[in-house]
Design a protein around this ligand. Structure first.
Ligand SMILES: NC(=O)c1ccc[n+]([C@@H]2O[C@H](COP(=O)([O-])OP(=O)(O)OC[C@H]3O[C@@H](n4cnc5c(N)ncnc54)[C@H](O)[C@@H]3O)[C@@H](O)[C@H]2O)c1
Length: 435
């Protein structure tokens, strides 16, 4: 059992804290957001994540987890500190390291031990861990041995708890063998493959992994666009490709592209880093370009079909960037909602979880429905932006019954063409023949 402090208890930090507590550690979670901390103290996660509240409550009750927004309380006895603050994109396109810098300063100002291990969970540009060490050391008022470990996070929102306990690998990068082996010991009870490497390579593994997954998505989306032109079906193609274990079936779902809090910012961040050192990343540049185009392709087809969007009543299904989360950061659905309203449409949106979060971004630009039925009633078109199970399981006859005209533009290929063909629905999807 180790005593661990987490600095930054958002999506990644809270899941890290709760799961490290679950495997037997004593964890203090520190965040500057007082509202979040107050909620977490009550055993309530400020964001939705399956199974998170149960584990949070269980470990709070057991006394394994403690929440605070007092940095002194969180850090004075700390020897092992995980940093999980945000690393958003700055205005100039680079990675904004302000939160990282503030976290490093807080650590330096509040620790009292002579030796600490700082573990970076945040996704940080290659070289940042050395900067974190430097920042801590320059803000210290006494001598401390600061050891840095990079432990990049690979969880997916919507299955973060599952992903932590079933991770394909845990990457631990450090230039200090002793620190790496202490962090390896902490992670061993997860029972997953641990990959030990150096600091810079660990940072690179995280960015390259996200860049590669984004590449798969843009690649299959381009192939889907070609399928439409030649009359092939992208689902058949992706399945046939994926049976080759060298390719694999995952991340080959065609659609309106990737959004969210990671892929867009991490692909931009890697390009920015490459530019800084005079290296071009042409494949990744193309991935981003394809993704930008992809998000509007289906919407433009819808515009052609309806003539224009002016005064059209359009139901937008899905606001979260993916199912099983209420996260709308860089969600393509949000961009589509804005674009549709800019072009004169009246948008009625429904999402099983992300309505409140979307309201904070879209405000009164669109209308919000409290059920799928309410959203689609008397509409001229449905646009599906997120592949929630609730949409997939929805009885298709209700589109026929409730809409002015049953026209669906499905940006996530939620329905099989066989199923759709049993109904009088005009159905457009991505990379599949029109039904
Ligand atoms: N969300 C994901 O799916 C995911 C997956 C893998 C990696 N990551 C990476 O993990 C990092 C965190 O992402 P997130 O989605 O959890 O972000 P988040 O915005 O949900 O959480 C960040 C938290 O840090 C807190 N914070 C900011 N500055 C602080 C400070 N100085 N001291 C203490 N707390 C502070 C914020 O209040 C917030 O609660 C990012 O680098 C991200 O790229 C995210």
């Amino acid at each position: 059992m180790k005593k661990i402090t987490i600095v930054g208890t958002g999506h990644v930090g809270l899941v890290t804290g709760v799961t490290l507590a679950e495997i037997g550690n004593q964890v203090v979670c520190y965040d500057i957001n007082e509202k979040y901390i107050a909620q977490m103290k009550q055993g309530i996660s400020p964001f939705y994540e399956p199974d998170l509240n149960d584990l949070l409550q269980k470990n709070l009750t057991k006394g394994q987890l403690f929440f605070t927004n007092d940095p002194k309380l969180a850090l004075e006895a700390a020897e092992i500190i995980y940093i999980a603050v945000g690393t958003p994109t700055a205005e100039n396109g680079s990675v904004d390291l302000n939160y990282i810098e503030a976290a490093a300063k807080t650590i330096a100002e509040n620790i009292t031990k002579q030796e600490i291990i700082v573990v970076t969970k945040s996704t940080v540009p290659i070289g940042t861990n050395n900067l974190i060490k430097q920042l801590i050391e320059t803000n210290l008022t006494y001598e401390v041995n600061v050891n840095i470990v990079s432990n990049p996070e690979f969880l997916r929102e919507g299955s973060a708890i599952y992903d932590t306990f079933s991770a394909d690998r845990i990457v631990i990068g450090s230039d200090c063998k002793k620190a790496a082996s202490i962090i390896e010991e902490i992670h061993r009870p997860f029972g997953r493959t641990i990959y030990l490497t150096d600091l810079l390579s660990a940072e690179m593994i995280k960015y390259s992994s996200n860049a590669f997954l984004a590449t798969k998505i843009s690649f299959i989306n381009e192939i889907a666009n070609l399928c439409e032109k030649v009359g092939a079906n992208i689902e058949e193609v992706a399945q046939g490709m994926g049976l080759d274990v060298r390719i694999g079936t995952q991340f080959l779902n065609a659609g309106i592209g990737f959004g969210g809090s990671c892929f867009p910012k991490d692909t931009r961040g890697l390009i920015q880093k490459a530019t800084e050192v005079g290296q071009s990343l042409e494949v990744l540049e193309a991935v981003i370009k394809v993704n930008k185009q992809q998000k509007y392709l289906l919407m433009n087809k819808a515009k052609q079909r309806l003539g224009n969007f002016k005064n059209k009543k359009i139901a937008l299904l899905g606001l979260a960037f993916k199912p099983n989360t209420n996260d709308v950061r860089e969600s393509i659905a949000i961009e589509i909602a804005s674009e549709l309203t800019m072009q004169g449409a009246m948008v009625i949106a429904y999402d099983p979880l992300a309505l409140e979060e979307a309201k904070q971004t879209l405000g009164k630009k669109i209308h919000y429905a409290s059920s799928l039925e309410e959203a689609i009633t008397d509409t001229d078109m449905v646009f599906i932006a997120t592949d929630w199970d609730e949409f997939k399981d929805f009885p298709l006859e209700k589109y026929e019954m409730l809409m002015n005209q049953p026209i669906i533009f499905d940006g996530r290929n939620c329905y099989s063409l066989d199923r759709i063909s049993e109904y009088n629905i005009e159905y457009y999807s991505v990379g599949r023949p029109f039904k």
